[in-house]
Design a protein around this ligand. Sequence first.
Ligand SMILES: *Cc1c(COP(=O)(O)O)cnc(C)c1O
Length: 417
Amino acid sequence: MREIARTAGTPTFVYSRATLEGHLDRLREAFAPIDPLICYSVKSCGNLSVLRTLAARGAGMDVVSIGELQRALEAGVPASRCVYAGVGKRDDEIAAAIDGGIGLLNVESEAEFENIARIAAEREKVVRCALRINPDVDPKTHRYTSTGKKETKFGVDLERARRFFQLYGRDRFAKLEGLHLHIGSPIYTVEPYVEALTKTCALIEELAKDGIEIRSIDLGGGFGADYETAQSPSARDYAAAILPLMLPLKARGVEFFLEPGRSIAANAGVLLLRVLYTKDSGEKHFAICDAGMNALLRPSHYGSFHFIWPVRPQAGFVPTQRSSNMAMEGLRAQDIVGPLCESGDFLAVDRAMPPLARGDLLAVFTAGAYGMSMASRYNSSPLPAEVLVSGNRVELIRRRETVDDLVEHERNVTVLL
Ligand SMILES: *Cc1c(COP(=O)(O)O)cnc(C)c1O
């Protein structure tokens, strides 16, 4: 890590190819009895080299904008292996997805379906659609990432779903034939999945009575990652709870999709930072780093925990247990903060860590998902570099931005009106 920081500088996201592949493989093995197409969620970490790594291992992609679809295509994933969700798809995005031959369009409302059907009919092209249903379960996660409750903006509730199929289930071009769920993220227990899928199975039986056959089920993502040691069920735990509900449908020929993001990328990445200054204010000890919420928004945005530890030159002690309440000798409570002009610019508050000093290199763990993809240029901070480690090979997969990059689009002014 010290060599990477020396050559790539900081802040830098460092990803492990073996971990990305291992997480994908574990999900595939766990869910093998329903043989799903595993569509990696591009929004969790969309670097082209990360996408290529997963695509080479057989992943499809889950996209939520046409920009993400372009990334997937550029990484060599055919559109037919991509699923596309999102509450606010523009007409040009829908048209491009249909023209490109998207695998599945996940529909979030009546108004959107009518628009998709119109655009598909205009082009005389058939597009497979799945209705995103909102099974009204509480995933017990942060309210910003809870997406399966009745009062969220996503999907339609179960009563409306039946009516939806009655109304639109026989469209010639927009073939509404699947169900899609994504109830939130991260979901640290299996129960919300079981509850949601039990309701989904009941809906499928009702639809069957209406003469409508469901051909595909997209189970979404949301599987947890270990921000703290042993915090999350394993792929096998989730599968053990979900498979009994899905196997009877598999026997009837239903096709399955999964959309994992966090469970693949989060623990495949660390963020490397440098401590610029330390400072004591009253009782508080601050370590001011060369990036904060601009590189990793999650602590500030969701109040999330990320384990942080110094990377020291001498074989320093690194705890094998990552937890928010480390009780070890020689630690003291410190705030790990960034340089931005914003009190919310922190990565950890009152965190027990070895006393830090100027020049220390810090590793922020479990930063692969929703790290770089949510990073911002606030305070004119250029985006971090990204590095991929594959065995002994270390590649720069996104060069660090420069201030020149930031002002580039502002240099030329065009008169509009
Ligand atoms: C964000 C998202 C995912 C991925 O969620 P993870 O928690 O990263 O697995 C999957 N599906 C949809 C529709 C999403 O919006």
